[in-house]
Design a protein around this ligand. Structure first.
Ligand code: SD4
Length: 330
């Protein structure tokens, strides 16, 4: 967490980030800059969740600006975060489940409504690439557990220990009390979700996570579930989610955002509406964080979380930095 804070601070000092907190329904400078750039639309564009979205976007942008595909851009961008041992919610260094085992969920979707996903995958550094291989090399959409692992090896991915010393120590400390209580905006919510629109006008999305820290062994979240953690419809737009997966699955969150956009909402309003739906469907959201990011066919984007503290990274021809999302519940 310290490292993420330090990263954010460095980004600010380096002048590459612009952060403006937005609160409730008032219009802030972040919203105004979003509205202005959204008026024109953006192409190409990549947007990604959380601070580590910025390093993912950097890789994606190198692909997009050369005319590469949105699909390659999102896959390659999130792979970098999967390999980063300091990220405690994705790939290597991801915090384990309550049995001390790191299990991974990921999904990917292209502009042809083709998609691939893996869940409960162990010992593979790049679940997003396995998800892509499921999409491209099998007649299926979703592989889980041992079958997904075997398939990954067959596809040339290597068995890799994902539990770092730091994550192991954190888990051992957690075991002392073994209380499962997700903490908003801290250790439990750092899934990387990435959405891109390429120069050819095609959308794609990727989402990858080690899920909630200290979850029950076998638990699968929203991230690999098409329509919950991720959804792309090339005629309309794309959305992905982060936060408490159970709440996102209950409302088919990313699908809702895309359907709202289909019905004419801006990406911003669609993310707000999806957060509102989570709030309406849960009696008490005081301990529940969920956030959405969305991108439409014109390259307009939006984001919203239930509680403060969610941010996203945006890279367009004119803009490169981090924004704090609007939140809906205080
Ligand atoms: C999950 N949605 O497994 C994921 C967790 C997450 O940022 O988003 N972390 O429920």
């Amino acid at each position: 967490m310290k490292q993420r804070r330090a990263f954010l601070k460095d980004s600010l000092l380096g002048g590459i980030a612009f952060i403006a907190a937005s609160c409730g329904w008032t219009s802030t400078s972040a919203e105004k800059s979003q509205e202005e750039s959204n008026l024109k639309g953006n192409k190409p564009i990549v947007i990604s969740t959380w601070n580590h979205g910025e390093i993912a976007n950097k890789v994606s942008w190198q692909i997009l600006e050369k005319g590469g595909t949105a699909l390659d851009a999102v896959e390659q961008g999130v792979r970098l975060v999967e390999s980063d041992p300091t990220g405690s919610s994705v790939g290597i260094g991801g915090l384990p489940d309550r049995d001390g085992i790191v299990t991974l969920d990921a999904s990917i979707m292209n502009h042809k409504n083709e998609c691939g996903a893996v869940a409960f995958l162990q010992n593979i550094e790049h679940p997003i690439t396995v998800a892509r291989k499921v999409m491209e090399e099998t007649p299926h959409v979703f592989l889980a557990g041992e079958g997904a692992y075997k398939f990954a090896l067959e596809q040339g991915l290597k068995d890799t220990n994902l539990l770092t010393e730091e994550s192991k120590k954190a888990w051992e400390k957690w075991l002392e009390e073994a209380k499962y209580k997700p903490i908003i905006n801290i250790e439990n919510h750092d899934t990387i979700g990435s959405l891109a629109l390429d120069q050819h006008g095609n959308l794609a999305g990727a989402c990858t996570t080690s899920g909630l820290a200290y979850k029950m062994h076998g638990r699968v979240g929203d991230s690999p579930i098409i329509g919950a953690g991720l959804f792309v419809d090339n005629e309309v737009g794309a959305a992905c989610a982060t936060g408490l997966g159970e709440a996102i699955i209950r409302i088919a969150g990313s699908n809702i955002v895309v359907e709202m956009m289909r019905n004419g909402m801006s990406p911003q309003k669609a993310c707000e509406a999806a957060c509102q739906r989570v709030i309406e469907k849960h009696q008490n959201v005081s301990g529940l964080q969920v956030a959405f990011i969305a991108l439409n066919k014109k390259g307009q984007y939006g984001s919203c979380s239930i509680h403060p503290g969610f941010n996203l990274a945006i890279h367009t021809p004119k803009q490169n930095g981090i924004e704090t999302a609007k939140h809906q519940f205080i």
